[in-house]
Design a protein around this ligand. Structure first.
Ligand SMILES: O=c1ccn([C@@H]2O[C@H](COP(=O)(O)OP(=O)(O)O[C@H]3O[C@H](CO)[C@@H](O)[C@H](O)[C@H]3O)[C@@H](O)[C@H]2O)c(=O)[nH]1
Ligand SMILES: [Mn+2]
Length: 745
């Protein structure tokens, strides 16, 4: 099917300015090496702090080497969707998946906007199907989708007629988008009507939220009667069916709530995605699947065409198991005060991997080749058409096995069956929780279980089979999602990512093992290694951060003295590495403030959420507890009524233990600086006390932790709770006491 077309559909280009970046990268690495050499040389004459500094710096050098590998030859992809247009009739079908899990944390209005934006993309409607997985089993979500599909009948033609750019109505009609000028032309009249319709839809949904009773549609909603969120049978409902006549303007829309039973693991999002894969398999069985989180609407109407350019444009299917787009945020605060937008880090990291074996799977904004998700290596030549073998791997459903055979051995183009409502029953069956028992689902088939970052684990597994992946970063952005607020929510999300990535490190597909035993490219394995050990850097970071405070308190030193020539090694290292990362931010069009915020937040997360991620993993390894997927709350505020303090980037706090170590660390530094200012330092041994280097480090730490300093004086949720402060202060005093004790030896 993927015959090369006459006109190119995409181009792979190397990034510009790479020589300068490489030179800087290597320079920084050499500086780190010389620092290590210097430490090693004088290790004998120095104490414990010197050894600790040496160990931490060795770790940093190792991480830098991994980063160097990732950043060596980044590439970009350019797509030419206009070259697809002459082939409109040959466009492949695409199944679109939206996952939602909680009608409170993820309000139905958010979900339906995502769905509406997908229904309205520029792609033949009869080739698309949208499946919504609802892990909350909420009649409210279902009701909202039913109402949204009615609105879609007006919205989709409106978008297409006037080539609307933003097809998520909430954003299109937000305060930022101005109404048309005089209200007379055809467009303006329709615009007003559409806005009224959308407001009407919102009101209906809000009313339903408050009433919790869903009106007269009793038969439709009977299945939701008496269901418990975690104990209910499968529900599959076709909300809209495209009858395949070309006049039909809407794609299929299907609601899926998989069966849940207590004591039956549901594997969070990975489980939901696997159910969607099967349900869509028996219903539409498109060769490609797009998956987005419920808050991530399509913000570029050509996005499916763009994805298809890469999926069918490659000469060999092996080149493209999946196409990953970045997660970009529409409600992003200016200069990213909470450092959770990841625009530049994603571009650098994923762009770097794109130059090797392809970007990792990031869970949302991703087009999958169904064949790759089914767990076979590219261009496989073994024949498992035997029904028995298929059922052993993929589960006992004749309909699903047939659909798998079609994907693996058929032309992959057959669109079946025509009437999707008739397959609701088989769809319910493959959505049951016992369906996966004794099959390969979650291990070799579908998304892989065993990590709360199921996306990274799955992408890694696909790469280990020899597939490659592709990065798609069109402008305007392909998809846009909602950024979590700063403070506790952001901390929890980071902790989840940190733990999930460590779970990948300790999984069967660990990049350490896969590098030698699978088709994972060696350099790709190093990239994955850099990624999955993200949280473990928290330990050396914590130790290194505390060193300067320790040295000031005890009047010792861990950095060369100003008069020594070696002093210039750490100085030039910090200067060059910071300027280097700053220049990258500027190159991507970000501000100096954005760079500062990001690097500061990295330090903050390293000694809070990531530290807890390590702890969580440790506890899991000991077998005491399992990791859980804590859902990030989503809101839809685009207007100006947001809290001003939050906007300005003020951190909020709660009593979570996640804040204890970092605040203790801050207090330790403040105490150390106070000791120095008040000249309370003890006498230095051999006249070799702390110096400019240590003071500069402590000041740097305090500057980086500035949001927490503000928290010390903040009120309400912007202030650090007393209990946290007490715990941190106890730790800080304990540390001061310990320093005093050790310095006496
Ligand atoms: O039991 C669950 C839990 C979550 N979800 C869905 O998973 C998505 C992601 O959850 P969210 O709370 O938004 O997590 P994030 O940290 O924002 O998600 C990022 O990180 C996750 C783990 O790496 C990926 O799965 C996501 O795609 C990626 O956007 C949402 O659509 C949820 O509805 C489910 O369907 N079922
Ligand atoms: Mn999210």
């Amino acid at each position: 099917m993927a015959k090369p077309l006459s006109l190119p559909l995409y181009e792979r280009v190397s990034c510009k300015g790479i020589m300068i970046r490489r030179t800087l990268d290597v320079t920084v690495f050499c500086l780190l090496l010389s620092l290590l050499a210097y430490r090693l040389h004088s290790l004998g004459n120095q104490g414990f702090t010197w050894l600790l500094a040496f160990l931490c710096e060795s770790w940093f050098a190792f991480i830098w080497l991994l980063e160097l590998n990732t950043r060596w030859n980044p590439v970009e992809y350019k797509t030419y969707p206009e070259n697809l247009l002459p082939r409109l009739l040959e466009l492949p079908p695409v199944d679109m998946f939206v996952t939602t899990a909680d009608p409170v944390l993820e309000p139905p209005l958010v979900t339906i906007n995502t769905v509406l934006s997908l229904l309205a993309v520029d792609y033949p409607a009869e080739k698309l199907a949208c499946y919504v997985s609802d892990d909350g089993c909420s009649p409210l979500t279902f009701y909202s989708l039913v109402e949204a599909s009615k609105f879609a009948k007006l919205w989709v033609p409106f978008c297409k007629k006037y080539s609307i750019q933003v097809r998520a109505p909430f954003l299109y009609f937000s305060a930022k988008s101005l109404p048309p000028v005089d209200g007379l032309s055809c467009f303006e009249l329709e615009w007003k009507k559409m806005k009224d319709e959308y407001e009407h839809l919102c009101r209906k949904i809000e009313d339903a939220v408050h009433k919790s009773m869903l009106g007269p549609h009793s038969t439709e909603y009977a299945v939701f009667k008496n269901v418990e969120r975690d104990n209910h049978p499968s529900i599959v409902k076709v909300i809209f069916e495209n009858k395949e006549d070309h006049s039909s303007i809407l794609p299929h829309l299907v609601y899926v709530s998989r069966e849940k039973r207590p004591n039956h693991p549901h594997h969070s999002k990975a489980g939901a995605m696997n159910v969607l894969t099967r349900v869509s398999g028996v219903m539409t069985n498109a060769p490609f699947m797009l998956n987005v989180d419920c808050d991530m609407f399509a913000s570029n109407p050509k996005v499916i065409l763009q994805g298809v350019c890469l999926l069918v444009g490659v000469d060999d299917e092996q080149e493209c198991a999946f196409v990953q787009c970045p997660q970009i945020f529409y409600n992003a605060l200016k200069d990213d005060p909470f450092g959770n937008q990841f625009t530049v880090p994603f571009a650098i990291f994923a762009g770097g991997m794109a130059g090797i074996q392809g970007p990792p799977y990031a869970g949302t904004g991703c087009f999958h080749r169904r064949k790759a998700i089914y767990g076979l290596p590219p261009n496989h030549d073994f024949d498992i058409r035997d029904c028995k073998i298929l059922e052993e791997r993929f589960g006992k459903s004749t309909e699903f096995s047939e659909s798998v055979a079609e994907i693996l051995f058929g032309s992959g183009e057959k669109h079946f069956p025509c009437d999707i409502s008739s397959s609701t029953e088989s769809a319910c069956r493959v959505a049951n929780c016992s369906y996966e028992n004794n099959t390969y689902w979650g291990t070799e088939v579908g998304l892989t279980y065993g990590s709360v970052t199921e996306d990274v684990l799955t992408g890694l597994r696909i790469h280990t089979m020899g597939w490659k992946s592709v990065l798609l970063m069109p402008s305007p952005p392909a998809f846009m999602g909602c950024a979590p607020p700063g403070g506790p929510v952001s901390m929890t999300q980071m902790k989840r990512w940190g733990t999930g990535l460590l779970e990948v490190l300790f999984s069967k597909y660990s990049p350490v093992l896969s590098a030698f035993s699978t088709k994972l490219y060696f350099r790709q394995a190093l990239c994955y290694l850099q990624f999955v050990i993200w949280a473990s850097s928290s330990i050396p970071q914590f130790c290194y951060t505390i060193l300067s405070a320790y040295c000031i308190t005890t009047n010792s030193h861990f950095l060369p003295k100003v008069q020594e020539p070696f002093f210039y090694i750490p100085v030039s290292f910090s200067l060059i590495s910071n300027l280097h990362s700053l220049s990258q931010y500027l190159q991507y069009g970000e501000s100096i403030q954005a760079w500062w915020n990001k690097q500061r937040m990295e330090r903050i997360h390293a000694v809070s959420s990531m530290l807890f991620a390590c702890l969580g993993m440790f506890v899991k390894l000991l077998g005491f507890s399992e990791t859980v997927f804590e859902i990030t709350p989503k809101t839809q505020s685009v207007s100006n009524d947001e809290n001003d303090a939050e906007k300005e980037g003020r951190f909020s706090f709660d009593e979570s233990p996640i804040f204890v170590p970092i605040i203790a660390l801050l207090l330790v530094h403040l105490i150390a600086l106070a000791i120095w200012l008040l000249r309370l330092q003890p006498l230095a041994r051999g006249g070799d006390g702390s110096g400019l280097g240590e003071i500069a480090c402590s000041v740097w730490v305090v500057l980086n932790f500035w949001p927490l300093v503000r928290g010390l004086f903040g009120k309400g949720k912007y202030g650090i709770p007393m209990s946290t402060l007490c715990k941190s202060a106890t730790l800080a005093l304990f540390f001061a006491q310990l320093s005093k004790k050790t310095s006496m030896y």
